[in-house]
Design a protein around this ligand. Sequence first.
Ligand SMILES: Cc1ncc(COP(=O)(O)O)c(C=O)c1O
Length: 467
Amino acid sequence: MTRDGATADGGTPLGLPWSTGVVRGTDGAVRVAGVDVRDLAATHGTPAYVLDEADLRARARAYRSAFETACAQVGTGVDVYYAGKALLTRAVARWVHAEGLRVDTASGGELAVALAAGVPGAHLGLHGNNKSEDELRTALDTGVGRIIVDSLVEVDRLADLVRAHRGDGGAPAPVMVRVTTGVHAGGHEFISTAHEDQKFGLSLAAVPGGDSPALTALLRVVARPELRLLGIHSHIGSQILDPSGFAVAAQRVLALRAELHARTGVLVDEVDLGGGYGIAYLPGEVPLDPDRIAKEVAQAVADACRDLGQPLPRLSIEPGRAIVGPAGLTLYTVGTVKPVRLEDGRVRTYVSVDGGMSDNIRPALYGAHYHAEVVSRTSDAAPVLARVVGKHCESGDVVVHEVRLPGDVRAGDLLAVAATGAYGRSMSSNYNLLTRPPVVAVTAGESRVLVRRETVDDLLALDVAAD
Ligand SMILES: Cc1ncc(COP(=O)(O)O)c(C=O)c1O
C-alpha cells in the first residue's frame, strides 16, 4: 500500500466498515482479497456471503494477543473462545483454532461442526439455556472442556446424567455457572443478555431472606461430586461500544467468587466475561479497540481482586461478532429499482436485491443498520436517498434502511453490504422457500466455497411426504 492509502495496483481500500481486503480498483470495480466482485458473482452467483480469510484471522490474532498481553501484565492468563453462534463452518472453526482460539458452541449442531473441524473437545465450551439431554451427553462423550450451566434445574440434570453415564467412579463434568450481573450493555434489548428479566443465566440479586440464584447454583454445583466447578460466566450483551459495563460486571462476578470462597473455601479458578465487543457497521463508526478493552478488563479484574483480597482468576472471553463480522460482506444483484415519493415530498429509491431478510434478519429483527455500495462500477450520477430491500413477501424486508447510492443504480449492478460476517448466515432462514446463499472464502486472490448454495432439490429433499 502507498502513503496515500492506494494499493500497489492503484486501488483504494474502502476502509471500515469493510474488511481490510476490500479495495476499489482503478476500473471502478471492487476486489475482495484480490478477487474482482464481478468474478465472484460469475463464479458463485448471488446472493453470496463473502469472507475475507486474512481479515478474519487477523482479528482473531488481535484479540488473542491483546488479551494475552494485558492479562500477563496484571499477572494472569486468558483463553479466547470464538463464539461460534456468529458464524460456524468447519473452515472457520479451523482458522480460529489455528490462530490459537478455542470455540464456544451453543447447540448440538455447533458442537458437531466444531468437532468435525478437528477442534479438540477440551478446547470447546457448550452454552445454552435449554440444552437437551442429547446435547449434554454429547458434551460428556466428546470431553467438552466446559459446560456452562444456565439454571438450577440444569445443575441437577447434568449431575444426574454424569452419574447415570459414568457411574460413581467417573470423572466429574467441568462446569461454569452463567450469572446475570444486572449490567445492561449493547445495541438493542433483544441482544442485551444481562437483564434480570430474561431467560439467560442466574441472577446475582439476592432473594428476600435467601441467597441469590447465582450463589445457590454455585453451592449446588459444589455439593454435587459429579460436577467440577471451573468458574463463573457472565455475558453482558452484544455490539457493545462503551466498555465500562465489562468492568462493572467483572467486579460483581469477582465479589460473588469471594462470597463463595468465604462460604465454602472453594476458590474458582476461572472467570469468563463473555463476548459482545462492538464493531463498525457504518462508515465513521468506531469499533472497540482490542488493546484498549483488554487493558481495561484486565485492570478492572486486577483492581477488584486486590480490593477483595483474592488471588487473580484465569480469564476467558467469547468474542464472535468482533472476529467474523467485519470480515464478511454479502454480494447481491440489483433487480427492481423504484422511486417512491414520501409524505414530506422527498423521494426514496427502493432498490430490490435478490436476497433479503432470509439471509440477513437483523435489520427486520432489531432495526440493525448496515452500509451498502454499488461494487461493480463507479458512477458520476448524483447520489440518491435509497433503501435496499429484499424479495420477500414482507414490507419489513429491509436490508439497508438508508444509504446514498448513485442515482443511476440499475438492474444488474452488484451491490455489497458491509460487515455481514456475523449473525447473517447463522440466523438465516428459508422464508418464502428461498435457498440459502453459499459462504465463499477469499484468500490471496483465490475464492473457494466453504458452504455451498442450497438448491430447490435440498428443499424438496426435506419435504418427505407428498400427502
Ligand atoms: C454467552 C455468549 N457468549 C458470546 C456471545 C458472542 O457475542 P458477540 O458475537 O457479540 O461477541 C454471545 C452472543 O449472544 C453469547 O450469548
